[in-house]
Design a protein. Sequence first.
Length: 163
Amino acid sequence: MDAPGHSQALIDGTLSDLRRINRLLGGTDLTQAPLRRLLSTLPVTDRVRILDVATGAADIPRAVAGWLSRSGRAGLVVATDLSYGFLRAGRDASPTPEGLAFVVADATALPFRDGAFHASASSLAARWATPLRVVCVTAPPSRSASTSSCVTAFTTFGPVTNM
């Protein structure tokens, strides 16, 4: 799937299957759990910024953006993927919630400044970006917080990944 040249219809169908698998087997919740823990440590008045790397089906950043909205938190979730076709499928799967943006970006050379995000997340990208150079791009301490918080959440499967 990650090689170029696949039809958009094949990409759409495959990512639809992935969204269903994540929903039924808990992949979305697995990645969201550490992000929710982080958010509980930040002042409610902070505008939360979260980066999703190698977003694929974009179900995880959609879920995070929805959770932020339901919990009354202001925030921005940026979903990135190297593949425009994947981003397009993720973006077009359903209406884009407020606070969710899509950016074509390489996981090993992200185009964001240091301090741009409170947290980063990735599900399964370690299999394709080895060594995975995604690090949590921490935000400086807010005026209302005494320390800066940061978490990087990623999931993978298969043999041990050289990181």
